[in-house]
Design a protein around this ligand. Structure first.
Ligand code: HEC
Length: 415
């Protein structure tokens, strides 16, 4: 598809995805908050509690019924379209960004799978994710929520590991996010909504509602509640190459998910007790630890000097004399050659790659000055992680990455 049109399609869908996603998660956080803040000390007959709030210049009084009001209101608000539209736009976005240009964004460099296969794996992962999740919840494990939670978490980590073997880091991350998103929407569509419909119907017909449904609905909505924070991280993870670009990207994702689940747990329980207050400093400490263990300074790529001195460029082996300046530093001409060869199909004022009409992320690397201002970003993308060139389409070698790292360490001179 024409890159300009793809970009606008991407923009429109992403914008709507964000809006409906905020509406969905916002409403869901709000109702959890309501539930946790109900004043249950002296409820009126038939109520489980009530709550007063002020917002936007108005004072609100909300009441929660134990089961239902004596007479069903004419206008009962349901919250579901936010969830459905978040999923629909999410899948469209996955298609526009990752499936239309699978060889750039989705396929792991060197994995040897073609775009069509990658797309099929992606789609299959979403469907099987829901099926497996649903089976696990309905199995006897469903009776032991904590154990179920642990099994589900491990299954998702295994999925993340598996996906990183065939997809690029970001492709794997986004699919874990999409699997979780699909599970969450599946919960709304297949379990929570039917339970609510059954409840309303039973009340209207004045019969006993099926008691097993609300319990199922509650378990699924608990899961949704704990899954929101990991999924939100995944949605912004594209900005953080040190996470998805790491060799241990799946473990980093697992770590961040644990921290966010801990934080969520505190917010879910803090109204009753402060027993889980420790989770906040624990999560913060976990983040700091993760930042240190993933640090490029801790895991500096070893620069084998021998390699630097016999760098290969387009099949031509350089001699030591060609590589080093008289003072032993790497000449900029070497770096420029690597960048023009490996990056400029995309990162140019006039990209020649068919998928790009303008330089991606606005990063233009045509002139020495443009390269110089982008040095920290280039290092982050190509030396400390290998996320650029995207999909390693231009087949940058590890020696070239080391070469850039050395040149930057020597001061990144451009004359
Ligand atoms: C196949 C096209 C392609 C090639 C080749 C390519 N890039 Fe990129 N680059 C992209 C795209 C697309 C983005 C935007 C990524 C996104 O959407 O997050 C990007 C983003 C970047 C960014 C900005 C990341 C940020 O947000 O800070 C830098 C820096 C970068 N690339 C450097 C390079 C370097 C250096 C090379 C060569 C070694 C290279 N790229 C090769 C497509 C490419």
């Amino acid at each position: 598809m024409d890159p300009h049109m793809t970009e606008w399609l991407n923009l429109a869908i992403r914008w709507v995805h964000m809006i409906v996603g905020i509406a969905w998660i916002g409403a869901s956080f709000y109702f959890v908050w309501l539930e946790n803040n109900l004043n249950r000390s002296n409820p009126r007959e038939g109520l489980s509690g009530d709550l007063w709030a002020i917002h936007g210049g108005g004072i609100y009084h909300l009441e929660k019924y134990k089961l239902a009001p004596p007479k069903m209101p004419e206008n009962l608000h349901w919250f579901k379209w936010e969830a459905y539209f978040t999923w629909i736009t999410g899948v469209l976005l996955l298609g526009v960004v990752y499936y239309l240009n699978a060889e750039i964004y989705l396929v792991a460099p060197g994995s040897g799978i073609d775009s069509a296969t990658a797309v099929m794996i992606g789609v299959a992962s979403l469907i099987s994710g829901w099926v497996i999740y649903n089976l696990l919840c309905n199995s006897p494990l469903g009776k032991t929520p904590l154990l179920l939670g642990i099994v589900l978490f491990l299954a998702l980590v295994a999925a993340a590991y598996g996906l990183t073997q065939v997809f690029s880091g970001r492709g794997a991350y986004i699919h874990v996010g999409a699997i979780i998103g699909t599970i969450m929407v599946g919960n709304v569509f297949f379990v929570i909504m039917p339970a609510q419909r059954n409840l309303v119907k039973a009340i209207e017909e004045n019969v006993e509602p099926d008691p097993s449904l609300p319990a199922k609905g509650l378990l699924r909505s608990r899961h949704n509640n704990y899954l929101t924070l990991p999924v939100l991280f995944i949605m912004i993870s594209n900005h953080f190459p040190s996470t998805y670009g790491s060799e241990f990207n799946w473990l980093i994702l697992a770590g961040l998910s644990v921290f966010s689940i801990l934080v969520r747990h505190y917010f879910n329980t803090r109204h009753g007790s402060q027993k889980f207050a420790w989770t906040i400093p624990a999560a913060a400490l976990g983040m700091v630890t993760l930042a240190f263990v993933t640090s490029p300074y801790a895991n500096k790529p070893v620069a084998p000097v021998a390699n630097v001195k016999s760098v290969q460029h387009g099949g031509e082996v350089m001699t030591e004399a060609q590589v080093a300046n008289s003072d032993g530093t790497i000449p900029f001409s070497q770096i420029n050659q690597v960048i023009q060869e490996r990056c400029s199909v995309c990162h140019s004022a006039t990209p020649t790659h068919a998928a790009f009409q303008t330089a991606p992320a606005g990063v233009i690397l045509d002139t020495p000055e443009e390269i110089k201002v982008n040095v920290p970003r280039i290092v982050a993308q190509t030396v400390t992680t290998k996320v650029m060139p995207l999909g390693n389409l231009t087949q940058m070698t590890d020696e070239e990455r080391v070469l850039i790292g050395e040149w930057v360490e020597q001061g990144a001179q451009i004359q």
